[in-house]
Design a protein around this ligand. Sequence first.
Ligand SMILES: NC(=O)c1ccc[n+]([C@@H]2O[C@H](COP(=O)([O-])OP(=O)(O)OC[C@H]3O[C@@H](n4cnc5c(N)ncnc54)[C@H](OP(=O)(O)O)[C@@H]3O)[C@@H](O)[C@H]2O)c1
Length: 171
Amino acid sequence: MTVRWGIIGAGDIARKQTARAICEARNAELTAVMRRTIGGARAFARQFGAAKAYDSVETLLADPEIDAVYIATPVYAHAEQTISAAQTGKHVLVEKPMAMSTAECRAMIEACQQQGVQLMVCYHQRFNARHQKARELVEQGTIGQVTMAQARQCFLYPSPCPGGRRVRGYR
Ligand SMILES: NC(=O)c1ccc[n+]([C@@H]2O[C@H](COP(=O)([O-])OP(=O)(O)OC[C@H]3O[C@@H](n4cnc5c(N)ncnc54)[C@H](OP(=O)(O)O)[C@@H]3O)[C@@H](O)[C@H]2O)c1
């Protein structure tokens, strides 16, 4: 089965990571993208070969040819958009952080449960093969009782905005 995806908030992270991943996955198709301007949405759609471009969340959610949405808008919008998506029967992959409060997260979970759709937060590192191997080693007791863990992770950090807080002091 091919999952037909719509992106709500086709901005930075969608462009850098997720749109390409959807396009490359064997069981997925990037059907539609949404940005707040139709010109921006069309440009994004062209770049990734999506058939449709929308400039509002409502019109994307009204599209019956979309099975699942990836929500990559600012955090304050995640709860409302997830609940709306669930109410239109779409499965949801929402960017992290999930929402603004525990109450919002609970409401998102409840809405998706009620509508029988999947809800997932985009914690992609859980699918990193090394992390899964570490988990397996711990769970199976292969390395005995773990009492302390130390981890170091390296990844490409593309040129950050000047003064970006995450790299301050490291460059
Ligand atoms: N960037 C990262 O490296 C990164 C990493 C981890 C998690 N995230 C998470 O991903 C989400 C998006 O981050 P980003 O960096 O990609 O932000 P961004 O570049 O500002 O993109 C946000 C997108 O949402 C759209 N948008 C903004 N407000 C909206 C609203 N009220 N309703 C509908 N659409 C709206 C924007 O439309 P326009 O395109 O028209 O402006 C844009 O397409 C955030 O939750 C963030 O925490 C990002």
